[in-house]
Design a protein around this ligand. Structure first.
Ligand code: FES
Ligand code: FES
Length: 169
């Protein structure tokens, strides 16, 4: 199949990649750009494992044509940490065991990130509603809510700080 050169902006960086016009963003991320955080967990847009942020809004990359998003700012899980400093949500999922097998975790963290951007203090019901498109087979969701609540507290007390793995606080 013919390829075309497309320009994407991912995690703050511009990149160019030659792909078929009908290639899905999830496959471009994973196969062409080696950003494997976003996962394919289903065949019918029902799991949320492939979620990325497009201009800050969660979208399913398994149904997006990469070529259609050349004007957008795309954020994947790889773009959340600031160098060695984890995003408070990543720290929360580590501390509160919100990730078990981890397959759903990148999508859930990105959806939670968008939630906290628009609502810094969501209730559990609001978290459940925001995450209703993200399936997790492992945790029962309780640890996921606790992980998000960890991030909420962290952002409230130290909005500009995030943890470096292994750093004592
Ligand atoms: S892979 Fe399941 S919703 Fe995209
Ligand atoms: S941690 Fe395994 S599916 Fe969510």
């Amino acid at each position: 199949m013919n390829k075309e050169l497309i320009r994407l902006r991912i995690n703050g960086q511009a990149c160019e990649v030659a792909v078929p016009a009908n290639k899905l963003l999830l496959d471009v991320l994973r196969e062409d750009l080696r950003l494997t955080g976003a996962k394919r967990g289903c065949d019918d847009s029902s799991c949320g494992c492939c979620a990325v942020l497009v201009d800050g809004v969660p979208q399913l990359s398994c149904v997006m044509l990469a070529a259609s998003y050349q004007e957008a700012e795309i954020t994947t899980i790889e773009g959340l940490a600031d160098g060695p400093r984890l995003d408070p949500l990543q720290e929360g999922f580590s501390v509160e065991a919100g990730a078990q097998c981890g397959y759903c975790t990148p999508g859930i963290i990105l959806v939670a990130k968008a939630l906290l951007e628009r609502n810094p203090n969501p209730t559990r019901e609001e978290m459940a509603a925001a995450l209703s498109g993200n399936l997790c087979r492992c945790t029962g969701y309780m640890q996921i809510y606790q992980s998000v609540e960890y991030a909420i507290k962290k952002l409230r007390t130290a909005p500009t700080e995030a943890a470096v793995p292994g750093e004592r606080r």
